[in-house]
Structures are given as structure tokens and as C-alpha cells.
Ligand binder design. Sequence first.
Ligand SMILES: Cc1ncc(COP(=O)(O)O)c(C=O)c1O
Length: 394
Amino acid sequence: MTNAQLQFSKRMEPITGSAIRELLKLTAKPGMISFAGGNPGNFALPDEAIADIAQDMLKKDGKKLLQYGPTEGYRPLLDTLVGYVAEEFSVTASQEEILPVSGSSQAMDLISKAYLNPGDTVLVESPTFLGNIQCLRIFEANIVPVPSDDNGIDTVELERLINMHHPKMLYTIPTFQNPTGITMSLERRKTIAQLAAKYQMLVAEDEPYRSLRFEGTPLPSIKSFDEGGWVVLMGSFSKVISPGLRVGFMVGDATLIRKCTVCKQSADVHTPSLNQAIVNEFVTRGLLKPQIEKACAVYRTQMHTMLEELKKIQAIEYHTTPEGGLFIFAAIAEGKDVGPLFQKAVANNVAFVPGEPFYPEGGHKNTLRLNFSNADVDTIRKGMSILRSCFDEN
Ligand SMILES: Cc1ncc(COP(=O)(O)O)c(C=O)c1O
């Protein structure tokens, strides 16, 4: 039944839903080789360890974990996060500066709710993560794209755009970016922290892929160079433990965290305590590091297989060479459209994501995103060979 009389908010009129989520439905048919998702590989989901932990935690503290909990977060997880953000992100934060959230997507939602008025300008790197473009659109932000290159956001162009648009916020994914896989250079991280303080612009730093490093040296987060509370860091356990648990966190100025906590009270009261406890135990039992090492060893081989196969496709004129994460971004000749190739690939049971929806300004129809975490090496070879025939036999 559909009710044609329902009058939705004006705010939702231009929002159509994630093009990628729609596309993933299309590619869920049996036999499809999908390079379209952004999930961790199924092999990497620690179901048995989590079953043990869940049982232990319910036996030990079941009544408390099944009761309502504080919006501010499950206390033992907060304790753990203080050490975790220091070690992983080089960020010193007190518990008042950290909020566990229901996936880092919720952090973006809470920040937008707490900090943005309709019409406020938000700069975003282009291309960027579609889910958070959608979030900014729902909060009626004026989204202005900032060009990026193989070292991340072009900071000269960024300062020019700051002077032109006086933005309230910048949204960036500095490490193994979605969709490009690119990592922002150290210099640019420092520059962005300086520009944030100079122009009083909040920086929302989104880091869900940071720990999935296969090569190269980890770089400090932008937050670690923060002067005066202008950077808010969004972290997630989705890509390293389980996206289904929906546990992430945000780290920022204590007043911003407080405002976001108030917004969270009416959003979901708190992130499920059992899930917070599971993540906390997973980290404190020392399971996270070996889990990441195991996953990265496999992802690394999968990524290199995909890169090898990608180089054989003559139509591909450009591709990124990431040092980690889950994605490779590629392009065919400027002015061409991957749309018909996507249709052809799906008809031949291989899926990828056309790049256009990742660009807030649209266009760039010649680009595509490929995910390498959800197919084993043989399947990657098979799928890429099918893509090669679709792309090169024109
Ligand atoms: C850049 C980026 N940020 C945030 C998220 C959402 O992560 P979470 O599951 O923690 O909400 C994703 C998921 O794909 C992502 O790619």
C-alpha cells in the first residue's frame, strides 16, 4: 500500500537515497562477482571470537548490558578508547572528548545536527563518500567540492575556496580514501589543521580505513595537529571488526562532544551496550591487532591481483595505487562514459560502482570504483578478465 497524501519535509525533496545502495541491490543476484561493495571480506569477520565474548559478557554482566545505559558510552569502552586513540591516531583525549557512536556514520549525523544551519557551506574533497554527502544534503548544507590529487586535498585550492565561501566545516577522509584509496600527505594534514584554526573552520576527519595499511608508514591524524579544538575525528570498528555491530566513536572538543551527546539522546539513547562491550573486550583481549594483520595480509594480495589485472585493460587510462583500505579508483578516457560498460559488465555478472555519484558536482562519468576485499584471488582474476572483455572489446 502507498499513501499518496503523505507530505514529506521539504528537506527530503531533493534526497533520492544512496545510488550505491540501490546498485548493490541490483548486484546481489546469485553468481554475481561484485567489486561494488565496501564491506570487509566475510573471511575477516571474527564470528567465533565474538560468540565467545558475547557469551562471557552476558554471563558476567548480562543484566547491566541488557538494561538502558548512559548516552555518554559504556564506561570500560571509554577507558579503552582513551588509549586506543593515543596509540592509533596520536591523539591525547580525555573521556569528555570522546563519544562512542552507532557507526561513524552517526558521528557525521550528530555533528551535522549539532553544528550546521541550513545553507551553511561545507567543503568536501571531490570525489568523496556518498553516505556523508547524503547526510550533508539532508541537513541542507551548501556543499562545495575541493579538488584533490594523489596526495589528497589540494590545500592551495582549499585556502582559496575558504576565502571565497567562508565555510563552517570541511569534511575529509585522509587515509585510504573512499572512493579513491588515496592517502593525504603529512604536509597537507598539518596545513589543514593550521587552516582550520586560522579560519575557524571545523574539520570533520573521517578515518574508518586507517588501520587497514598493507604498505608504507602510518601518518599522524589531522586531529593530532589540532590547535584549539577545530578538528573532530570520526573512527569506526566497522572495517576492522564488524560493520554489523555498529560501533564507532568520535573525538573532539568537549563542548562539541556534549552537544552531540544531547543530539544522540534523541537519536538512539545510546549505542547498544552489548555491542560496545564486545568491541571493548575484543580490543582489551589483544584480538584486534592479529585480526587486522590477518585481514591485511589477504587484502594486500587481493589488491595487487586486482592492480595487475587492471593494468591489462587497455581502456583504463588512470588508476590509483593505494597503500591500504578497500578500494581502487580508475578512469577510462576523459569524455567517455562508464555507464554502458557497467550495464554490459552486470549483464556478464560482474559489478563495480561508476564514479559519478561520488562527485558532489556530478560529471566525471569516465571514472569507476573497484573493491577488492570481497572476492578471493581467483574470483578477482575471473571478474577482471570479464571486465577486460567488456571494456576492451568495443
Ligand atoms: C569514508 C566512510 N566513512 C564512514 C563510513 C561508515 O562507517 P560506519 O559503518 O562506521 O558507519 C564508511 C562506510 O563505508 C566510509 O566509507
